[in-house]
Design a protein around this ligand. Structure first.
Ligand SMILES: Nc1nc2c(ncn2[C@@H]2O[C@H](COP(=O)(O)OP(=O)(O)O)[C@@H](O)[C@H]2O)c(=O)[nH]1
Ligand SMILES: [Mg+2]
Length: 226
């Protein structure tokens, strides 16, 4: 996918359609275990990342609704899967699944283990999972936890069953050289899960400057049920 900074205007017809689709995201339900999830009848796009990676900000930027994902002041507290529905109300065509952020130190160990198990099960087994958006702080790059999460979903990415889009977040905090380096490092790491069938993208992203927003909306729009 393209990694160059796009001109702000004019926005392409594709980007406009994709953004109007993401702007239509509405809250559906919350699940704290997989059995509480709705039937797997629509493609789900899961947002995952370390807490503080910028996940809520990214979802809110896509949905253009400030509090849709409830960017939390208390990281690690949202220990459930929030589901959002997209597409026409009478014929929804995808869901966003906001998974709990991982790696927050103050979360009690037992809660952490429980959530690792729910996340692992969701990513490796959820039939409806069509794509994963992995958010990685561009200044930190992939941490060990990110690599573990990647390993969880890698078999389904390699087989082409699940797509992967990595957002290198908070790109507004990097200068040009740092941004190029962050992108190159991520691409090198992702080469490890590449295959003939794999659909993997990586882009610099900023919820603040909106860098990458159009491209991301277009990619996700392409993952809906057509
Ligand atoms: N500079 C900058 N800060 C950001 C950006 N996205 C998120 N942040 C900040 O990073 C922190 C964590 O963001 P949040 O979206 O709540 O992360 P989450 O824990 O992954 O949901 C907050 O202080 C945000 O204001 C961005 O694009 N640029
Ligand atoms: Mg959050």
């Amino acid at each position: 996918m393209t990694t160059a900074l796009r001109a702000r205007a004019p926005v392409s017809d594709e980007a406009r359609a994709a953004l109007s689709w993401t702007h239509g995201a509405r809250f559906l339900t919350t699940a704290s275990t997989l059995v509480q999830l709705p039937p797997p009848d629509l493609p789900e796009i899961a947002f995952v990342g370390r807490s503080n990676a910028g996940k809520s900000s990214a979802i809110n930027a896509l949905a253009q609704q400030r509090r849709l994902a409830f960017a939390s002041r208390t990281p690690g507290r949202t220990q459930h899967i929030n589901l959002f529905e997209l597409g026409p109300r009478e014929a929804p065509d995808a869901r966003f699944a906001d998974l709990p952020g991982y790696g927050y130190a103050a979360v009690e160990r037992s809660a952490k283990l429980r959530w690792q198990a729910v996340m692992a099960e969701y990513l490796s087994q959820r039939e409806a999972l069509a794509g994963v958006v992995l958010l990685v702080d561009s200044r930190l790059g992939f941490t060990e936890l990110d690599e573990r999460l990647l390993a969880l979903v890698a078999p389904r990415v390699v087989s082409g069953q699940v797509r992967l889009l990595v957002l290198l977040t908070k790109a507004d905090k990097l200068n040009r050289r740092e941004a190029d380096a962050a992108l190159a490092r991520a691409q090198a790491l992702l080469a490890g899960v590449a295959s003939e069938a794999a659909d993997i993208g990586v882009t610099l992203f900023s919820a603040q400057s909106r860098r990458g927003l159009d491209d991301v909306a277009e990619v996700l729009h392409g993952w809906r049920r057509k």
